[in-house]
Design a protein around this ligand. Structure first.
Ligand SMILES: Cc1cc2nc3c(=O)[nH]c(=O)nc-3n(C[C@H](O)[C@H](O)[C@H](O)COP(=O)(O)OP(=O)(O)OC[C@H]3O[C@@H](n4cnc5c(N)ncnc54)[C@H](O)[C@@H]3O)c2cc1C
Length: 433
């Protein structure tokens, strides 16, 4: 998509300037009208189309995107290293690991770069290096202390335009989901949300697509030396996996949920390159004012960071069942998760939901109690290190992914596990006295 100015109709009145929230208009000299100038659209345009209705002279129209960008101008993989209160989000470290893997598959000289945005956050660079970042791009300014959509979009967009990364990865957090689509729209490129897998080299896909009668591959060159990634994500309620490519524009952008990708082994003391970008940002660029940050009680459930999760499903039979699950979780040092059926029934808050439309988790141990193992639930927990299923139906699909399965009534099984845990603790205490 793009905006086109019809010079013969533009009278240089500037109405489009006033309508544009993105400061995307400039004048250029023109001898064909009285004002001696016509409007010109710059790269800040986000195609909101407000100017189309504002122009009284029919001088602005939408036009289809034309010439593809020169793909070879773009290089390296960026990971948006999301931080909050000066602490890196786990998903950022996971994506640095994934970015490193992709970078090495693309070419020896492709780097994974962590993009750090905020204020007073330079110390986080070391952690990024330790988890595999070869370069840190640091953008600091007091106006970036707290996340605001306007400010972060602007400075990241400016940095992308300057450095031209080939791929940009974001965590599918609330912030990542807000930021990534805006930046993609501004860069006039594609974004694949909630990827569960990323692969390098698109050429084999092009060969496949060429056999299709519906896919237009006429401008795709399978011998193109530039790389492309295949971005895979669940589609149609998780019943099939869709592989999406972004063959004509750059950067390629994906969001990935926390817990899906693997962190690299930490190398303490690792060092890399540091690039500092001085952002061009002023208060007027930010259209919202942050008055106060209120942390909701819901954020207390941190499923993504938990080592042990005890989840309950419809098999609990009612909201009371979550008291047992909570007791179980407290005993084993875990947090409470749930299936969507339990959330939909109003037995527990959505913040506990694991699965495709809940949180994706990857704990060391996942206990599924009274959960059947629907594909949408499995999509959010099947990469857990150890899965223990408790279900009274021996044919429940959850047993197909479970490392340990207990067939039985959870109201009998869980109290037994708790009692055994107490026994084991008592034995351990006695042996260490
Ligand atoms: C677009 C879409 C997105 C979805 N997203 C999600 C999601 O993010 N997360 C999610 O979980 N679901 C999601 N679902 C819903 C999903 O399809 C299932 O309906 C849901 O996971 C079922 O939850 P459940 O396993 O708790 O319930 P059920 O499927 O009803 O299973 C209950 C299980 O409990 C067992 N049981 C009963 N009593 C006991 C007992 N006393 N002791 C032991 N076992 C017992 C039963 O044998 C049964 O296997 C989604 C669906 C759609 C269409």
């Amino acid at each position: 998509m793009a905006i086109e100015i019809l010079k013969d109709k533009c009278i240089g009145c500037g109405l489009c300037f006033k309508s544009c929230p993105y400061d995307a208009f400039e004048f250029e000299p023109y001898t064909g009208n009285k004002a001696g100038k016509v409007a010109k659209v710059n790269a800040k345009c986000s195609f909101c189309n407000q100017c189309l209705t504002a122009c009284k002279f029919g001088a602005i129209k939408e036009k289809a995107a034309e010439a593809a960008v020169d793909l070879s101008d773009y290089k390296h993989i960026w990971v948006y290293a999301e931080q909050r209160d000066g602490k890196l989000m786990n998903v950022a470290l996971e994506l640095i690991g994934e970015g490193y893997r992709l970078a090495k598959e693309i070419s020896e000289d492709t780097k994974v770069c962590a993009l750090l945005v905020g204020d007073g956050i330079a110390h986080l660079a070391d952690e990024c290096y330790a988890y595999g970042a070869e370069e840190v791009i640091l953008i600091e300014d007091p106006l970036l202390k707290n996340y605001t959509t306007d400010a972060y979009t602007k400075v990241i967009y400016d940095a992308i335009m300057e450095k031209k990364p080939e791929i940009v990865l974001y965590g599918a957090t609330h912030i990542g989901r807000d930021l990534a689509p805006r930046i993609a729209a501004r860069c006039n490129t594609g974004l694949t949300a909630d990827c569960t897998r990323l692969d390098v080299k698109v050429s084999s896909y092009i060969e496949f697509a060429k056999k299709s009668t519906t896919l237009d591959t006429s401008t795709l060159d399978p011998n193109d030396p530039s790389t492309g990634i295949k971005q895979t994500r669940p589609a149609f309620g998780g019943n099939l996996m869709a592989t999406i490519i972004c063959p004509r524009t750059r950067p390629q952008m994906s969001t990935v949920r926390p817990g899906v990708m693997q962190k690299r082994e930490k190398v303490a003391g690792a060092k890399g390159e540091l690039t500092v970008i001085k952002p061009n940002i002023k208060e007027d660029d930010i259209h919202v004012k942050l008055v106060e940050i209120v942390k909701s009680a819901k954020e207390i459930v941190s499923l993504t960071d938990a080592d042990i999760i005890c989840s309950g499903g419809r098999g609990l039979g009612g909201p009371e069942g979550f008291k047992l699950i909570k007791e179980f979780a407290d005993k084993v040092g875990g947090v409470v998760g749930s299936s969507r059926a339990a959330v939909d029934a109003g037995w527990i808050d959505h913040s506990h939901q694991v699965g495709q439309t809940g949180t994706t988790v990857k704990p060391k141990i996942y206990f599924a109690c009274g959960i059947s193992g629907a594909i949408q639930h499995l999509a959010g927990m099947q990469t857990s290190d150890i899965i223990v299923a408790i279900n009274k139906d021996p044919d429940a699909p959850i047993f197909e992914v479970a490392d340990f399965g207990i067939v039985g009534d959870l109201y009998k099984v869980i109290p037994q596990i708790i009692a055994e845990w107490d026994n084991a603790e008592a034995l351990y205490d006695a042996s260490t006295k």
